[in-house]
Write a protein that binds this ligand. Structure first.
Ligand code: F6R
Length: 261
């Protein structure tokens, strides 16, 4: 696992976007795993800007989102399909047929099986973007989720429901169930980038980077991934013990890259 400590949330997004841009430039037919939530919005904005500058195209890209609420349809303002349309897909040249967000209105068990099959037939995910919940969840794999789980229906934890209530108006019914890629599914991505910003994520970041690997902190499973990059701002890195080491590795990496360029 490599840890990058950026100055602030804007730099987290820029650094994450650079990795995605590099991926798309080296493999224009990449399969991307995408996340919703507040964290990746600025990264998506940078990808849109890069697309408009002609640096990247999404024409050959296929995308698979991590999760979707059960019980609200794609046109619902809080659906993750709608989120992706508004924050990314409507602004780039991706073929709508190649964008996949689980369907929360169909038979969710069958949808989960089909979602796994679609990821497999796309050849697997090249680059997976993740955020992390304050309770350490990735996707909607809440604490105690099996570290080997596949795409399936999950009941959201009460703290996740509370955290996400900011997106729903008071008179709106907030779903308690979601379809989510499993932790085993996520771990099969060839490369994973997890982004976190803000003090509210400091405990989760500490647990995922330096804590024991445990289903109580699902993101800690990334310690087992050979190509996991964790990009955090200074506030989210606030409880890490080995900050100086991560900064040293960062400097050394830049120095070595310079030496080989
Ligand atoms: C979203 C997702 C979640 C979020 C996490 C952090 O598709 O899978 O795991 O990444 O809840 O959300 P934010 O970024 O809103 O703090």
């Amino acid at each position: 696992m490599r840890v990058i400590i950026a100055e602030n949330a804007a730099d987290v997004a820029s650094y994450g976007a650079q990795q995605c841009i590099r991926q798309l430039q080296s493999k224009p037919e990449s399969v991307l795993g995408l996340a919703t939530g507040s964290t990746p919005i600025a990264l998506y904005l940078r990808l849109i800007e890069s697309y408009h500058r002609g640096e990247i195209s999404f024409a050959g890209v296929r995308t698979f989102n991590l999760d979707e609420y059960i019980g609200i349809d794609a046109s619902h303002p809080q659906s993750y399909r709608r989120f992706m349309q508004e924050h990314l897909f409507n602004h780039i040249d991706v073929d709508p047929e190649n964008t996949h967000v689980p369907l929360g209105m169909s038979d969710p068990e069958e949808e989960s099986r089909q979602y796994e099959a679609k990821i497999r037939s796309a050849g697997g995910i090249d680059l997976q973007i993740l955020g992390v919940g304050r309770n350490g969840h990735i996707g909607f794999n809440e604490p105690t989720s099996s570290l080997g789980s596949r795409t399936r229906v999950k009941t959201l934890a009460p703290d996740t429901i509370r955290d996400n209530s900011r997106f729903f108006s008071q008179d709106e019914e907030q779903p308690h169930l979601a379809i989510t890629m499993g932790i085993g599914t996520i771990m099969e991505a060839r490369q994973i980038i997890l982004l976190a910003a803000g003090e509210s994520k400091a405990d989760a970041v500490r647990a995922l980077v330096e804590g024991p690997m445990t289903a109580m902190q699902p993101a800690s499973v990334l310690q087992m991934h050979p190509e996991a990059l964790v990009i955090v701002d200074k506030a989210a890195a606030g409880k890490l013990e080995l900050v100086e080491y991560y900064q040293w590795v960062q400097q050394e990496t830049l120095r070595l890259q310079g030496a080989y360029c």
